[in-house]
Design a protein. Structure first.
Length: 582
């Protein structure tokens, strides 16, 4: 950027000599014409007299050389400043994306996906304009105005004063407009984020919208947000549309003043006719820097509004990361999990999701967590891979606090199948191998076989190369869940967590999957969460959670004998199954 600034300064240095050469040519030819004493026309004598021709040739060569130097330096300017701004944009966008991947879940609870998307794309583009065009035009305005005003003062301080007289009014006008533009740019960008979020939400839930015949309703909601954006944008456009004509008006006033005042000075023989043209060209050269002042102020204000939004992302605290006390020597884990007096409250929530929770799961043990909806089951398994940090208490793995285990090591050894199955818009094979590096086709197919989804995949024309729609829309609910299980199994983790991951399959398919899983999960620490007792009844130990606290624990038979919460849920499900058969 320093080099680009030097190129631009040098370009403007050559630019200011163009009016000087034009003025010199006019004055010298004019003086020569006055000395002619012939009957030929002035134009003929000027063109064919050797002395006049030499004057024209000499000044023309200087003029061509000056314009050529200016053009080359201007090209070099754009190749440095504009290219640099693109590199800054590239780095900034990657930095933001990297930071977004590290930010905790509470950040995504605070901002919608549309808002996050706009900050990582549209806002970055607007910040680039500051480092590119806005910076270039700022340097251009300062250097060109400095050179031109200096040359104007050398020619005539009095005429310079009159020519620049409208500029203070221009500065005051630009100052007023800039504040308005800044405020409305921020408001418009926030509204644009709302529109993007609304559109993304509608497209993601298109099947539901069609099923409920809510196309017109969604269209109405989108039009309402678009109308709000239109009105806000038109207010800003109105100010901008007044800004540029006002600039041109003030510049035109400067030209009129120059012609009027310079004419008087020529009559007084203090200036030449060439000086009038010189000053008019100088004012014309100031036209773009002055006009670009509005552009620069506009882009600067928009860039600052966007930068504040980006800065909120870049300065957001990354709560969940390796701490100073992280033990880098821990490179593998065996799988013992222990919760000690763990309490947890979601950000912004008033009540605790977990309260004084204690449990122990031994290495290789098959544990199950059951309870009613909202009891805190999913919250428990979110704490193990440190998707959230406990508010109170501590979680140990192999006797080490999970905060002391390198985050990469911890998560590499955990295979998580979340309740909300997410598949990428990619091939089925790529989705299964997502959590591994360079997985072979054989490994992908083996993982699919273990999850009882291989036969379904082979029924597709392109098999494992079948492209999935957004969020795996190509597959059924059960197929998506089993693909997610295959994605967890292919990693060969020490701990595997299944969060109600068989809810979308029938009981027959569930039993077939469980038979394969029992064989594959032997020797691994397994945590299964399910609302079906049939899914978890064979677990080594079952924990019943109520209102964020473990109220019962034991094997399936032990819990039935207690005739407590677990037994009541089991009996209720038996009755529901009998009624369904009837």
């Amino acid at each position: 950027m320093i080099l680009g600034s030097i190129f631009l300064t040098a370009a403007n240095f050559f630019l200011v000599w163009i009016p000087v050469l034009i003025r010199r040519t006019m004055d010298e030819v004019g003086a020569f014409e006055k000395g002619l004493d012939t009957d030929f026309s002035s134009l003929y004598n000027v063109l064919f007299d050797s002395q006049a021709s030499w004057i024209l040739a000499k000044n023309s060569l200087f003029l061509v050389g000056t314009v050529l130097a200016y053009g080359i330096l201007l090209f070099a300017t754009r190749q440095t400043l504009i290219v640099t701004s693109r590199k800054i944009e590239f780095d900034l966008r990657n930095d933001i994306f990297d930071k977004l991947l590290k930010l905790p879940q509470r950040f995504y609870s605070k901002y919608s996906s549309g808002e996050v998307y706009i900050r990582a794309t549209e806002d970055v583009g607007k910040v680039r304009e500051y480092f590119g065009p806005a910076y270039m035009y700022t340097v251009n305005t300062i250097t060109r105005a400095g050179f031109i005003i200096t040359m104007m003062i050398i020619v005539s301080p009095e005429l310079t004063f009159w020519a620049l007289l409208p500029l203070p009014f221009l500065s005051a006008f630009a100052y007023w407009v800039s504040g308005y533009i800044n405020d409305y740019s921020r408001i418009i960008q926030e509204q644009y984020s709302t529109i993007a979020g609304r559109a993304k939400e509608s497209f993601s839930s298109i099947r539901l919208i069609k099923a409920y015949n809510r196309e017109e309703y969604e269209q109405g909601r989108f039009e309402k947000e678009s109308e709000s954006y239109r009105k806000k944008k038109l207010k800003l456009d109105l100010v901008e549309s007044l800004f540029h004509p006002t600039l041109n008006l003030l510049i035109g006033v400067s030209v009129i003043i120059v012609i009027w005042k310079a004419g008087q000075l020529v009559i007084e023989n203090t200036l030449t006719v060439g000086n009038i043209l010189e000053f008019i060209v100088y004012v014309a050269y100031l036209t773009w820097p002055v006009a670009s002042l509005g552009y620069t102020v506009n882009r600067f204000q928009r860039s600052m509004a966007s930068w504040k939004r980006i800065d909120e992302v870049l300065t957001e605290d990354v709560d969940i990361e390796d701490k100073a006390g992280t033990d880098e020597d821990i490179v593998e884990i065996k799988g013992k999990i222990e919760f000690k007096n763990v309490s947890f409250k979601y950000p912004g929530a008033d009540s605790y999701a977990l309260k004084d929770l204690n449990l122990v799961i031994e290495p290789g043990e098959n544990a199950a967590i059951v309870g009613r909806t909202g009891s805190g089951k999913t919250t428990i398994i979110r704490l193990i891979p440190r998707l959230f940090e406990p508010t109170e208490g501590e979680i140990l793995i192999d006797g080490n606090n999970i905060e002391d285990i390198p985050l990469d090591t911890l998560r590499k050894n955990i295979g998580l199948v979340p309740q909300d199955t997410f598949l990428f818009s990619d091939t089925i094979g790529e989705n299964i191998s997502f959590g591994t590096v360079d997985a072979s086709q054989k490994e992908i197919e083996e993982a699919a076989e273990k999850a009882q989804v291989r036969d379904n995949i082979l029924d597709f024309e392109k098999k494992f190369e079948t492209m999935l729609g957004e969020r795996g829309i190509t597959l059924s609910g059960g197929q998506k869940q089993r693909t997610a299980i295959a994605r967890a199994l292919i990693r060969d983790p020490k701990i595997i967590i299944l969060d109600d991951s068989l809810s979308a399959v029938d009981t027959k398919t569930e039993e077939a999957i469980l038979q394969h899983l029992r064989k594959e999960l032997k020797g691994r620490t397994t945590i299964m969460i399910s609302h079906r007792i049939s899914t978890i009844k064979d677990a080594d130990i079952i924990y019943f959670v109520k209102e964020g606290t473990i109220v019962e624990k034991g094997t399936h038979d032990e819990l039935l004998e207690k005739e407590g919460h677990y037994s009541a849920m089991y009996n209720k499900q038996l009755i529901e199954e009998e009624l369904a058969e009837i």
